[in-house]
Design a protein around this ligand. Sequence first.
Ligand code: CND
Ligand code: ZN
Ligand code: ZN
Length: 384
Amino acid sequence: MSTAGKVIKCKAAVVWEPKKPISIVEIEVAPPKAHEVRVKILATGICRTDDHILSGSIKANFPVIPGHEATGIVESVGEGVTNLKPGDKVIPLFLPQCGECTVCKNPEGNLCEKNDLGVPRGVMYDGTSRFTYKGKPVHNFFSTSTFTEYTVLHEDCVVKVDAAAPPEKVCLIGCGFSTGYGAAIKSAKVQPGSTCAVFGLGGVGLSAVMGCKSAGASEIIGIDINKDKFPLAKQLGATQCISPLDFKKPINEVLFDMTNGRGVDYSFEVIGRTDTMIAALASCNMNYGISVVVGAPPSAAEMTFSPALIFTGRTWKGCVFGGLKSKDAVPQLVSDFMAKKFCLDPLITHILPFDKINEGFELLRKGKSIRAILVFGDEQHTRK
Ligand code: CND
Ligand code: ZN
Ligand code: ZN
C-alpha cells in the first residue's frame, strides 16, 4: 500500500536537550510539500558534528533529530519535483546547492545561501518542520536529519546517485569523506611532491590524508593524541605519525624540525579546537604555506593569535564540505568510488543496527571507532 501523501509513523533518534542521551521514539513524518522529497534512510554514519550537537558545543534548536551523512531511497515527491522519483537512490546534502544564489553561481563558491548551518533554524524553507512527536514539532538538523527511518528534504538538499552503490559505504560521501578529501584537493589544492600535516585522524582527517595522497603529496604527517589511529593513517597514506604528547616543545616547532626548518606546504586542522587551529597555522611555511580549518569550532569559541603568523604571507582558510559544490560533487564521487578510484572500507569500523545509536556515539567518544554506520531493517544484513 502506497504511503505517498500520508503521514508516516516511524522510529527516530531525538535529542531533547544537550548533554542527554539520544532516545529512540516513534515520530510522525508529514508528506513532502512542494519541491520537497520524503526519503527512507538506509544507512547513516555518526560524524563528530552530530556529537557536537549532543554535547551542546554547536548550537541547535531542541528537540532535534541529528544526522547528516546518509544514503536513502526516495519514498515520495512533492509538487514540482522533476529530477527525482520514488525508488531513486539518493544522498542527502547538509550543504544545499540551489544553483540560483550568488554563491552557487560563483565557480569557486560552495556555501549556498540557502544553507541552515551557522545559526540553524532547524526547519524547512517555509519555516515549519515535517517532524512531530505526539503532535508537537521536532526540529530538523542541517537541512537533513538522517537519524530517522524517514526524513523530508528540500530538493536543493538531496541528489540522486548510482542505484548500485552500497548504501552503508557511500553514505560517507554525504559528509566525512568528501569534507576531508575535498579540503585537500579542492580547498588547499595540494600539489604533487608537497609536504602536508593533518591534525586529527578521525574519519574526516583520514579522508584528508587520502586526498593529500591522491594529489601526489610526497610527505604526509599525521598528528593525533590517540596513537591507536596511527596504523590506519599509515595504511591510507601518512608517511609519519606523531603525538603532541610525546614532545616537550610545541608541535609546530616539531613540524618545522621535521621539514628542515621550512614548515609544511599545507596543514589541515580536523579536530575543531582553537589551540590546534593556531598550531596548524604555525606549522605551515611562513610565506607560501596554506592552512585549512576543517574541524568545526564550538559556537562560542573565540581565539587570539599573533598577527605575525599571517603577516609573512601564510594563507589561513576554512572550508565546509571540503569546498565542494555538493550537488555537482556527490554523484561524481559516488561514480569514482564505484570505479574503484578510492576506497571507503577502511573508514568503516562498525556497522550497527539503528537501535544501537548510543553505543555508536560511545565508540566515537572513546576513540574506538573511525566511522560507525547505523543501518535500518534489511540493511543490517549487509556487511563489509
Ligand atoms: P573524530 O572525533 O573522529 O576525530 C578527531 C580526532 O582528533 C580524533 O582522532 C582525536 O583523537 C583527535 N584529537 C582530539 N584532540 C586532539 C588534540 N588536542 N591534538 C591532536 N589530536 C586530537 O571526528 P571527525 O573526524 O568525525 O570530525 C573531525 C572534525 O571535523 C570535527 O570537529 C567535526 O565536527 C568536523 C567536521 C567538519 C565538517 C565541515 O564541513 N567542515 C564536516 N563534518 C565534520
Ligand atoms: Zn559531518
Ligand atoms: Zn545556492
